[in-house]
Design a protein around this ligand. Structure first.
Ligand SMILES: [Zn+2]
Length: 314
């Protein structure tokens, strides 16, 4: 028997899990991130979590662990950039975790972990059985991100930014983005962007799910959701024209908006795709909150063995 260990390092909680050979979780544990107590505290929380997982499951510590976190990591030391857990930024998280945990550490951003877990264990399971299949896993929430999985592995790219479609330009859009440019996908179809657009038209502030629910009786709401669907279509088509994935999976809060899965939404994508037809599934995720920690575990590969089973598998 072999296991895969994963840690999902979030802004408020850190979750750990161990998956078995069949990619089923055998244990899951959570601790508070406590980011106000600083970077060193977060390292200790992760070390304690690994001990707890080992003690409670009876599975020996692994040789390698996968870690998912918002933001990007750069270089051999895994230096964190653009994380919303501010105390991680600029820190060599990969190198420090390797020292603290005394094991190999594979770090990826949360969108890549989402794409990996949903494509291999979740919504993309069947589609990704085909050799050479490609999945585009996207997160549309407070920000817009994405990850590409090819043949069961994350495509990182030369700059480590493969799949970051949230900062592609949307034609005709000019709102400033935190990245320093204007008109990025994120400034149009993120939850906060759509809520602000609705508020500017209606004079009311509502969460996006309520805007989506009141389309039938509220003109500004209908316009907001139309804007989401048409901009999503244009933006996704630009990605499809480059990587032509076998499946697209939409996570994040905006990914719950049912109007993204209608024939009209498919038409909005197809209208901008080079061959004018969209013949692939565009699906909501199925793993919920678990995608992050499961994706992290899949980074690690199945390397650790239980003593009682050592030698029983190849
Ligand atoms: Zn941007």
């Amino acid at each position: 028997m072999s296991w895969r260990w994963g840690i999902d390092l979030g802004g408020t909680k850190i979750e750990g899990a161990i998956l078995d050979d069949s990619m089923r979780p055998v244990i899951r544990e959570r601790v508070e991130t406590g980011q106000s107590r600083g970077y060193g505290h977060i390292l200790m929380q992760i070390a304690d979590l690994v001990e707890t997982l080992s003690e409670k499951s009876g599975i020996p510590r692994p040789e390698m662990i996968g870690v998912g976190t918002p933001g990007r990591t750069e270089g051999a030391d895994g230096v964190v950039k653009n994380s919303n857990t501010a105390c991680l930024n600029g820190m060599p998280l990969g190198k420090d975790l390797k020292e603290v945990l005394r094991m190999q550490v594979a770090i990826e951003n949360d969108a890549n972990c989402f794409a990996l877990a949903e494509s291999r264990m979740g919504a993309g399971r069947d589609e990704m059985m085909k050799p050479g299949a490609t999945a585009f896993g996207i997160i549309i929430g407070t920000g817009v991100g994405g990850g590409i999985v090819f043949d069961g592995r994350i495509v990182r790219g030369a700059h480590g930014i493969a799949g970051e479609w949230g900062h592609n330009p949307v034609p005709g859009e000019h709102a400033p983005c935190y990245c320093g440019r204007r008109g990025c996908v994120e400034t149009v179809i993120s939850g906060p962007a759509l809520e602000a657009w609705y508020a500017a038209r209606s004079g009311r502030r509502l969460p996006l799910r309520e805007i989506a629910a009141s389309c039938g009786r509220d003109e500004a709401a209908r316009e907001t959701i139309d804007r989401l669907v048409s901009s999503f279509g244009k933006s996704l088509a630009a990605v499809i024209n480059i990587i032509d994935p076998d499946i697209v999976i939409i996570g994040g809060g905006v990914g719950n908006i049912r109007q993204l899965y209608t024939p009209e939404a498919r038409e909005a994508i197809a209208a901008q795709v080079f061959n004018r037809s969209l013949d692939i599934p565009v699906l909501p995720p199925v793993l919920g909150d678990s995608a992050g920690v499961f994706g992290a575990a899949l980074l690690a590969g199945a390397a650790s063995r239980n003593d009682s089973h050592a030698g029983a598998d190849s």
